[in-house]
Design a binder for this molecule. Structure first.
Ligand SMILES: Cc1cc2nc3c(=O)[nH]c(=O)nc-3n(C[C@H](O)[C@H](O)[C@H](O)COP(=O)(O)OP(=O)(O)OC[C@H]3O[C@@H](n4cnc5c(N)ncnc54)[C@H](O)[C@@H]3O)c2cc1C
Length: 452
């Protein structure tokens, strides 16, 4: 019946099929799917959805396996794993690339597009699957200037809750198209292909890195807070604290990656970051040096090593520097493990969003990634993370699905109007709740828990 493989509990390959492709080594021990279908083509997905309908199972989906909270593993649901269904095709006349959801943005899609001189703003870490990434908005390379990756979806192919394969775009099944750009794990269909607008490969990548001791955290971040909105939209600006391999202590790195055509444009675009009044106290400085996408992806790989346990949380921040900087201080300066890192990601000046489910953002995105290898420390490290995120509450507008785990903390992740519309579409498209939806303890409310 299937070209791919259906694994049942008790089969020799079942455990591996359930958990083997999950990026986070902290895997769910209390959830087991009813069966796992390793789909290799669209027809497998159609048959899988129909099988679930017959058996009375829910359906969960896995593309790249990078959900931190392992959303794809749902109790008593059929897990449709698209890992073995990998196809890409670029059309030079439309400049649209068609790719299946398990394709990895950095490892696969961009090397392929590079052959045509084209680029897609996929996830920073090269192994992230485009499936889950695009459905939740997709904070790809230079999201600040180029917008959310989901804004570049021109159409999707979807297997619906009735087991029908349909095309959705601005004019056909436009409700599904609207929902797929932001519903994330709350989406009610299996996307089998994305049709994506590409952009020209930037001619020159430049980067600036200033490393500061953490005792300058308040000063440097206050300065950055006041100026990041003035920097060229061709520069991705990230401040982060991490412990570089050759240092014993964490440092604050203020970084800019410019995506221009020439080195001269890069120097001009990055110059405002060099005017940091604390620059003479930096531990080291790299200024407007040429870099490559491959080198940047290697940095991301090194920061997010495979095979480790991750606890992750995040917040959209809003407010003046004298409120935001103290609120984030703990998350940046008190890391509980050597590999932990915290990012401050500029989205300023905020760009207007098109009409799509993704609808909540602010000028600053902040996320902490606690990385470790000791299972017995999970609870203690989670407590630390909860404390660091609680300190941000006064300046928190909500959260981004990509780094969230609703079984631990639920915040607002969409606009109120969009949240209502999404529920209406879901009720019409999936009235019986075939698709497992967001994994959470309790109902998903789209509110900041302290405001309930
Ligand atoms: C190392 C690392 C780096 C990351 N960097 C970034 C980043 O730079 N920017 C960013 O925005 N996010 C980033 N993320 C978060 C990541 O984008 C999300 O976890 C995303 O869900 C991963 O997509 P996936 O397909 O790999 O995950 P999966 O775990 O395979 O999918 C997650 C969920 O999305 C839904 N889904 C996936 N595919 C489909 C489909 N085809 N049809 C229907 N529903 C589907 C399902 O509910 C599924 O459970 C990162 C994550 C990791 C682990």
């Amino acid at each position: 019946m299937f070209t791919g493989t259906l694994h049942h509990p008790g089969d020799p390959g079942f455990e591996e099929a359930c958990f083997g492709r999950i990026f986070n080594a902290r895997r769910p021990s209390d959830r087991t799917p009813a069966a796992v279908l390793e789909a290799v083509c669209e027809q497998d997905v159609v048959e899988g959805v129909r099988l679930a309908l017959e058996r009375g199972w829910q359906v969960a989906v896995r593309s790249g396996g990078h959900s931190w909270a392992a959303w794809s593993v749902r109790r008593d649901a059929l897990l449709i794993d698209l890992g073995g269904f990998r196809e890409m095709a670029y059309d030079a006349t439309t400049e649209v690339v068609t790719a299946t959801p398990s394709v990895k943005g950095g490892d696969e899609l961009n090397p392929y597009l590079g052959e045509f001189g084209r680029f897609f703003n996929g996830g920073h870490c090269p192994s992230v699957g485009i499936g889950g990434f695009l459905l939740q908005g997709g904070q790809g390379w230079n999201a600040r200037g180029w917008g959310w990756a989901a804004e570049n979806i021109v159409a999707i192919d979807v297997v619906t809750a009735e087991g029908e394969l349909v095309r959705a775009d601005e004019t056909r099944n436009s409700d599904l198209f609207w929902a797929a750009r932001g519903a994330g794990p709350g989406f009610f269909g299996v996307v089998t292909r994305f049709h994506l607008r590409t952009r020209p490969l930037p001619g020159h990548l430049g980067h600036t890195v200033h490393a500061y001791p953490l005792d300058l955290f308040d000063e440097v971040m206050t300065w950055l807070h006041g100026m990041h909105h003035t920097v060229s939209e061709l520069v991705e600006i990230v401040a982060l604290t991490q412990t570089p391999p050759d240092l014993d202590e964490p440092v604050l790195l203020v970084t800019g990656v410019s995506m221009t055509d020439t080195p001269e444009q890069a120097a001009e675009a990055l110059a405002p970051l060099h005017a940091n009044p604390y620059a003479d106290r930096a531990i080291f400085r790299i200024e407007a040096q040429p870099t490559t996408l491959a080198a940047q992806l290697d940095n991301q790989r090194a920061a997010n090593p495979e095979g480790h346990r991750y606890l992750v949380d995040n917040a959209w921040l809003t407010g003046p520097a004298d409120q935001v900087v103290p609120a984030i201080r703990e998350a940046f300066t008190q890391h509980p493990t050597r590999q932990t890192f915290t990012i401050w990601f500029s989205m300023a000046p905020l760009r207007e969003l098109p009409d799509m489910a993704f609808s909540l953002q602010s000028e600053i995105y902040c996320a902490t990634y606690v990385v470790h290898d000791e299972p017995e420390r999970d609870a203690e490290l989670r407590d630390w993370l909860d404390g660091a995120m609680a300190a941000m509450r006064p300046v928190t507008a909500g959260q981004y699905l990509g780094d969230s785990d609703f079984t631990v903390r639920q915040l607002r992740f969409m606009g109120d109007e969009q949240w209502l519309r999404l529920q209406e579409i879901r009720a019409a498209r999936d009235p019986k709740g075939l698709f497992a939806g967001c994994l959470s303890t309790g109902a998903v409310t789209n509110t900041n828990h302290w405001e309930q």
